[in-house]
Structures are given as structure tokens and as C-alpha cells.
Design a protein around this ligand. Structure first.
Ligand SMILES: [Zn+2]
Ligand SMILES: [Zn+2]
Ligand SMILES: [Zn+2]
Length: 347
């Protein structure tokens, strides 16, 4: 067979300012690596052992209320705490440490233990969007919080310890590295062109359509040109907005709709409860103005070619740069072709 060396490219990620290697011919290689477990949703609506189910006691001793919609609380085992003692003087400038303060919360989407975003209705997801907005405003409103990171780990493959539908909200007294890199990139693009980087990027993607999975009136859902994970997705708002509180009622409905449709397509792709890490990137809450920031969600799913074969980031990817086999265009086409009706209907 003729070598398709000419099709190998490295692609530039202007949002993160980094490269990814795309080697499409490698999908033909045989797989003899690890095969994981297929994930099925929990069969029970209430699990007496679950620390997120209504009415249950958490390990820290607190008892959850009998909540009926969303429910949030401060993480009993937070990675960050509101107080952090001053750092010791370093023995060398190369041994630098700084106090890191923060507040970590957990947000349950729904009392039903067996649900996921894909299996919830738009009407059930909408209060989750409103709760994310409230948390962003409340936590970001604290004068010492500079960034609010909302994220969800779904599935044991992503290290999620509990299937109960929930997200985490880590708010920090410093700007973490990923949003810091995106702040610098968006700021530089605005300074150079007078325009927003993601408004420009979304316009270019809508022009070609090659990587757009679907869109509604308010959000475009696409596999980014520079995607690292096989079925990585970017959800980007069609109107320029920096953060959740800037969305009107219809746009919040639009976000719920986009999340519902994307996660359903994900589940249908390999007929599994599709694992991912997802999260929102939005304006820092550092009291500066951020005209450069454009709200978006990243979905980083680990699955590569079936419900049980995952991508590993090892070898050249740890030591050189990320690499992918399936092209972003092929991934977008497959997600585009997935149905939006759930193959695992709710009973
Ligand atoms: Zn539960
Ligand atoms: Zn924009
Ligand atoms: Zn981002």
C-alpha cells in the first residue's frame, strides 16, 4: 500500500498556543493494548451508599437535604481551602512555592442517581445551567477569587468515583494555567486584529462546515481543527459573551439543548455511557475587564475506537507533543451521523 506520508500534518491551536500532530494512516494499525470495561448507567434511582443521593449522610458527617432539583455544597475533601499559611522562604529561587487559596464545591444535577446529562431532559438540564450561573456569580463575587472552574468528570475511565450526576466547581485565588494560556492568546488576538479570537474561529468553522457537528440558534458544537482527544468537542456561543451571567433566557435554554444533544450523540457513538471530562472556560473574576474572553465548553473524552478502547497520552505525547490518528473531520462526521434519540430511554 502506498505510504500516505503527505497527509501527516501538525496543526496549530491558536487558543492554547500549541501544536498537535495528526497522523491519519495510523488508524489502520492492529490494536493489542488494554481493553476496558463498557460503562452502563446505574440501574437504581436511589443508592443508600451514595454520598450525593438525597437524605444520605456524607463522609464528613453532614446529611444531604431531600433535594428535588439541583443541590450544591462545599466539598468535604476540598483540594483548596480558603486559608493557606504564608510560604516559607525558599532555599533557592528554583524551589518556589506560593500560598494557594480556593473554595471547592459539588453541584448535584438531579436527585435521581441513575441519570446523566444525556438521559436528562432539556427541562431538567436548564436548572443546572442556572445553578452554574449562580455559583459563578457567588464564588466569582468574592474579592479574593480570581477564577471559577466548573467541570464534570463522567465515568470510571475518567476517574469519576461516583456515577451520581454532578459537577465540581473549583474557584481559586489565582488564574490556573489553562485559562491563563487562553487569556493571553485571546488578548493578543484582540490587540492585533481588534476582533475576538473565538468569534473569528467560529466564523471560519461555520464557513467550511467540515468540523461542525450541529448547532442551534445560540451555540455551535464542533470538533476543533486542533483537537487532541479523538472525539474532543468545543461548544462555543454564537454571540460574543464572556461568561454564563451574560446569557439571556433563550441562550440558557440553548446551552441546555446543546449539552443534551451532544451527550446523547456521544452515548450513541459506541452505545455506552460515554466517559468524558468537560468544563466551561469563561472570563476570570479578577475585577479587571475581559473583552477578549469568549465563553466555551471543552469536552475531552478518552475513547478512541470502541466503548472499551481508550486513547493513552504516553510516549511521544508526554515527551514531545500530542498526536492523534482519526482526523478531526472524520470524528465530526461520525458524531454528526449519530442519532439524537437516546438508545437507553428512561424507564
Ligand atoms: Zn446518588
Ligand atoms: Zn467572541
Ligand atoms: Zn478553553
Amino acid at each position: 500500500m502506498e505510504k500516505k506520508a503527505q497527509s501527516v500534518r501538525r496543526r496549530w491551536n491558536p487558543l492554547h498556543q500549541s501544536w498537535v500532530l495528526v497522523s491519519p494512516h495510523r488508524t489502520e494499525r492492529p490494536w493489542q493494548g488494554e481493553v476496558g470495561q463498557k460503562t452502563v448507567p446505574s440501574a437504581v434511582a436511589f443508592d443508600p451508599q451514595c454520598y450525593l443521593c438525597p437524605g444520605n449522610q456524607r463522609a464528613g458527617g453532614a446529611v444531604n437535604p431531600s433535594y428535588e432539583s439541583v443541590f450544591s455544597f462545599v466539598n468535604d475533601y476540598a483540594a483548596l481551602l480558603p486559608e493557606s499559611p504564608a510560604a516559607e522562604a525558599p532555599a533557592s529561587p528554583l524551589l518556589r512555592a506560593e500560598p494557594a487559596r480556593g473554595l471547592c464545591k459539588v453541584l448535584c444535577y438531579h436527585p435521581d442517581h441513575s441519570l446523566t446529562l444525556a438521559r436528562m431532559t432539556r427541562e431538567e438540564i436548564r436548572p443546572v445551567v442556572d445553578a452554574w450561573t449562580r455559583e459563578y456569580l457567588e464564588l466569582g463575587g468574592l474579592d479574593w477569587i480570581r477564577y471559577v472552574q466548573i467541570f464534570e468528570n463522567r465515568g470510571p475511565m475518567m476517574g469519576a468515583s461516583n456515577p451520581h450526576p454532578h459537577s465540581q466547581i473549583w474557584s481559586t485565588g489565582f488564574l490556573p494555567d489553562e485559562p491563563a494560556a487562553e487569556t493571553a492568546a485571546q488578548r493578543a488576538h484582540l490587540a492585533q486584529t481588534g476582533r475576538c479570537l473565538l468569534c473569528d474561529y467560529a466564523a471560519a468553522e461555520r464557513e467550511t462546515g467540515d468540523r461542525v457537528i450541529f448547532e442551534n440558534e445560540h451555540f455551535t458544537v464542533l470538533v476543533p481543527f486542533w483537537a487532541v482527544w479523538p472525539f474532543e468537542v468545543l461548544v462555543v456561543s454564537r454571540h460574543h459573551a464572556g461568561a454564563l451571567p451574560e446569557f439571556n433566557d433563550a441562550e440558557c435554554d440553548g446551552l441546555a439543548d446543546a449539552l443534551k444533544r451532544l451527550t446523547t450523540r456521544y452515548d450513541n457513538l459506541f452505545e455506552t455511557s460515554f466517559p468524558y471530562t468537560m468544563g466551561f472556560h469563561q472570563s476570570p473574576t479578577d475585577a479587571e475587564s475581559h473583552p477578549e474572553w469568549h465563553f466555551h465548553a471543552h469536552f475531552y473524552p478518552p475513547l478512541l475506537r470502541s466503548a472499551t478502547v481508550r486513547k493513552f497520552m504516553v510516549g511521544f505525547e508526554m515527551l514531545g507533543m500530542p498526536q492523534r490518528d482519526i482526523t478531526p473531520e472524520a470524528a465530526a462526521q461520525r458524531l454528526h451521523d449519530c442519532p439524537e434519540e437516546h438508545f437507553w430511554p428512561r424507564s
